[in-house]
Every structure is written in structure tokens, then in C-alpha cells.
Design a protein around this ligand. Structure first.
Ligand code: HEM
Length: 443
């Protein structure tokens, strides 16, 4: 989607792909209406994703469709209940605190000096290990089988072809192989009792699935979809944060000072970070503003007539692209075309009026499918960033930090990854105070 297209100045416009209409909405008032509209839903895509991305059995997919048709409120369906559990265990509270403590513990364990690595590949590696260990526990399948990490990224790259579902065994053979390998690994994880030492979320999911007769194989498939949420957007977000900070020595120095000032007895509280380390938090949000590109797709399940008389036909798709809103100047007070690390800073103790309408900033989507992982994602990404920034210098091997272009050919990734990677080394920072700074999750 071209962010500067003249069509993006319209509140809504239609594009045609073969026989299907897609409506693209770029007006925040209209988005507020449509993202909660009872006839414009994400629901038709859930079972499709379970079948095509999770490899769910025909029998289970039939049951899920039946449940969905019988219960529009979704309170009793497999998908609806899973959703409620995600929201419950990932909202601020004791379960989230336990997860964030796990993130800190696992990141500290994994962080080591590295002579030469590719920065984006490295973020994919560390997020896969730390995220999966935190959510799935010590018996998480990624820990035991290093081939699974590559399989996951092969699978992720094949998602557009898997969703298209046109001769997948020929056209998406790598993706199908990777999907089967991952599903098998998760199925064995459940069969062998791996969930007993997992997070509250996975234990609750497993117990509920067993109670409703979902096979370990189908549960394995569901976990691939959980892993898309868990693993896909965090590496590019962490990559861009590290890129923008380390490529700007003054910014790096200011953020390190901020961390030292926030520390009490050598400890920084992750929960206090947004207020105590406002510059780092501003960089995090600016990364999401500049690099997030979620489409927020919905399907029109019955004809809808908008206030201005425009007809949205049943069966068509609606997109509410965040990248267009994030770069529409009329919604933002400061110029939108450059990366401004200070944009989201609090001013005089008050939150600066950054955008003219808060709906214009929607890296985590909105409405019924607002990302349930947003609190975890924020804590995980900021926590990892703090530990890296305090403990390591990241040095590009050829001395340059060229700004990589974004890779736009991805379907699942909201935060666009870099098109070209950067060769770097990680060197331990021996600065007393900073080099051994501890991160904690406060009360
Ligand atoms: C920087 C990190 C992340 C970003 C930018 C992000 C963004 C998004 C966006 C844009 C959506 C779709 C919202 C819509 O359609 O309106 C979404 C959905 C979702 N996200 Fe995230 N996400 C992130 C991390 C996570 C994490 C860590 C998890 C899990 C622990 C997660 C779990 C999910 C799930 C399960 C959904 C589907 C919600 C539904 O079906 O209703 N996300 N996310």
C-alpha cells in the first residue's frame, strides 16, 4: 500500500482484486465505527487460518464452524474461549508479571558477546528462544530442536501461499513441510506433558482443549497460530529500536544516562520504564509509528450501507491500514516524514499532545481484535532493549549504519522487517553501574 497515494487522502476507497472488492479506510472516525460494526467481522478468517496455517483436522474445523454459527457472541466457542484466556492471562496482573520475570531471566541467560552476526537474524533467534521458553516453559520444543527455529521462519515466509491454498503441496512445499514439522513437535510436547511446566496461559489452554476433546495434534496446530502472535512482530520491533539507537551515538548516550538515573540500588523497574525512561519509551512508540503496517482486515458478512450512502457489499474485505494513519500529517502535530525519537516524550510532566486523534496511532490494531499480546509485547521488547543497551555495545563490522529499506512482501508481520541485514558484533560493556544493571518487575 503506497502511504503517499492520493487515494489515501480519501476517507474510504475501493480497489478490485479479480472479482472481489476491498475497501480501504483511512479516516479515524470511520475506523472507529467499522472496527466494532456487527456485520464487519474478522470471524470468517479464524477457522480459515486454523485450517490453512495450523493444519487443523477437517473434523475439528467443521466443529469450529458449527460453534461459530451457533454462537455469534463467541462465548462458548473454541475460538471465543481461547480469546478470553489470552486477554485474561496477558493483561496487567500476576500472570503477566510472571511472564515478564521469565523474559528477564531468559534474556540474561542468552545474552553473550558475539564476534560477528547479522542483527535482524540475531533478534529473530533471541526472541524465538526467550519468547518460547517464557510461554512454553523449559520443555519448549524450540529449546530441544534447533532446526525448529529455521522451520518457523520458513513457515512464516510461506504464510501468504499457505493462506492462498492453491496447490499448497507444490506451490508452498517448504511451508507445508515446516508447518508439519512444527505441528508434530508441539503435538509431542503436549503428549509428553510439556504443558505442566509452562506458563499459566498455556496450562489453561491445554486443560480447556483436553476438556473439549481437542486432540494433541490439533492443539499442536493451534500453537502455530499462537507462535505467529508471539514471535513475528517482536524481532523487527527490537531490530528497529536497536538500529535507531545504536546508529545515533548521542541518542545512545542519552538513553544510557536515563537508565542510570532511573536505577535504584543498581535495579531498574520494568513497570516504571514508561515514566522513568521516557526517551526509550518514546523511541519504542516512534518505531511502531514508523515501521508498523497492519492492515486490520475484516470481512463484510452482510451488505452494509454507510452514512454517506456508500454500499459495502457482502463478501468484500475492509482494510484499515495503520501505516496510512501513522503518516497522515493531518493527524500528527510534528512532521511525519522523519523518525523523531523525541516525538512521544512527556513534556513538563504532561503527555504532549502528539496526535490530533489517538485512534490514528494503532500499531496493535483496534476493536474486537485489538492485539491481546500488547502488554506482554511492550514489556518483553523494552526489557530486552534495556538489558542489551546497558550491557552491550553493538558495532557494525564495516563501521557504517546504512538505513535498511523495509521488506513489504509480508502478510503476517505488522512491524516490517528490514530488507537487508546488517553485520555487527556485540561487545560487553564493562562500564560499572551500567554493565551490570539489573532489571526487575516491581510490585
Ligand atoms: C510488537 C509486537 C506486536 C505487534 C505490533 C502486534 C500487532 C498486532 C495487530 C496489529 C493485530 C491485529 C489487530 C487487528 O486486526 O485489529 C494483532 C493481533 C493479535 N496479536 Fe499481536 N502484536 C504484537 C505482539 C504480540 C504478542 C507478543 C502476542 C502474544 C503473546 C500477540 C498476540 C496476538 C493475537 C493472538 C492476535 C489476534 C487477535 C484476534 O484474533 O482477535 N501479539 N497483533
Amino acid at each position: 500500500m503506497c502511504r503517499s497515494s492520493q487515494y489515501c487522502r480519501l476517507p474510504i476507497f475501493k480497489i478490485r482484486v479479480l472479482t472481489k472488492a476491498i475497501y480501504v479506510v483511512t479516516d479515524v472516525k470511520l475506523i472507529r465505527k467499522l472496527q466494532t460494526h456487527p456485520k464487519i467481522l474478522f470471524d470468517p478468517l479464524y477457522v480459515l487460518a486454523a485450517e490453512r496455517l495450523g493444519g487443523t483436522s477437517e473434523e475439528r474445523a467443521r466443529d469450529m464452524r458449527r460453534e461459530q454459527d451457533a454462537d455469534r457472541t463467541k462465548l462458548k466457542s473454541t475460538i471465543g474461549r481461547t480469546h478470553m484466556r489470552l486477554n485474561h492471562f496477558l493483561k496487567p496482573g500476576p500472570s503477566l508479571d510472571a511472564l515478564l520475570n521469565g523474559v528477564i531471566r531468559n534474556t540474561v541467560k542468552e545474552l553473550k558477546p558475539v564476534g560477528s552476526t547479522k542483527l535482524f537474524e540475531w533478534t529473530q533467534y533471541i526472541v524465538t528462544i526467550v519468547g518460547s521458553e517464557t510461554i512454553y516453559g523449559p520443555r519448549n520444543p524450540f529449546r530441544d530442536n534447533p532446526l525448529l527455529e529455521q522451520a518457523f521462519w520458513d513457515y512464516e515466509a510461506s504464510i501468504p501461499l499457505l493462506m492462498l491454498n492453491a496447490f499448497p503441496t507444490f506451490l508452498a512445499s517448504k511451508g507445508v513441510r515446516a508447518r508439519n514439522l512444527l505441528r508434530q513437535a508441539f503435538s509431542e510436547y503436549f503428549s509428553e506433558g510439556g504443558a505442566s511446566s509452562a506458563s499459566d496461559l498455556i496450562r489453561a489452554n491445554h486443560a480447556a482443549n483436553r476438556e473439549h476433546g481437542v486432540s494433541n495434534n490439533d492443539q499442536g496446530g493451534f500453537e502455530l497460530i499462537t507462535c505467529i502472535g508471539l514471535l513475528v512482530n517482536t524481532p523487527p520491533t527490537l531490530f528497529w529500536i536497536l538500529y535507531h539507537i545504536y546508529s545515533n551515538p548521542e541518542l545512545l548516550s542519552e538513553i544510557r544516562h536515563e537508565l542510570l538515573a532511573a536505577a535504584e540500588n543498581g535495579e531498574v523497574d520494568l513497570k516504571q520504564l514508561p515514566s522513568r525512561c521516557a526517551l526509550l519509551y518514546s523511541v519504542f512508540q516512534e518505531v511502531l509509528r514508523c515501521h508498523a503496517s497492519s492492515l486490520s482486515t475484516r470481512i463484510v458478512v452482510e451488505d452494509v450501507i454507510l452514512d454517506d450512502g456508500m454500499l459495502l457489499k457482502k463478501g468484500s474485505a475492509v482494510h484499515m491500514p495503520s501505516s496510512v494513519l501513522h503518516s497522515k500529517q493531518s493527524y500528527w502535530n510534528a512532521p511525519v516524514n522523519s523518525f523523531d525519537p523525541f516525538r512521544f516524550m512527556a513534556k513538563d510532566g504532561l503527555q504532549q499532545d502528539v496526535c490530533t486523534d489517538s485512534t490514528a496511532f494503532r500499531p496493535f490494531g483496534g476493536g474486537a481484535t485489538l492485539c491481546p499480546g500488547r502488554h506482554f509485547a511492550r514489556g518483553e521488547i523494552l526489557g530486552m532493549a534495556v538489558l542489551i543497551i546497558a550491557r552491550f555495545d553493538i558495532v557494525p563490522l564495516d563501521g557504517q549504519w546504512p538505513l535498511p529499506k523495509e521488506y513489504e512482501g509480508t502478510m503476517t508481520t505488522t512491524v516490517l522487517p528490514p530488507r537487508d541485514d546488517i553485520d555487527v558484533s556485540f561487545i560487553r560493556n564493562r562500564d560499572p553501574g551500567l554493565g551490570d544493571l539489573q532489571l526487575v518487575v516491581g510490585a
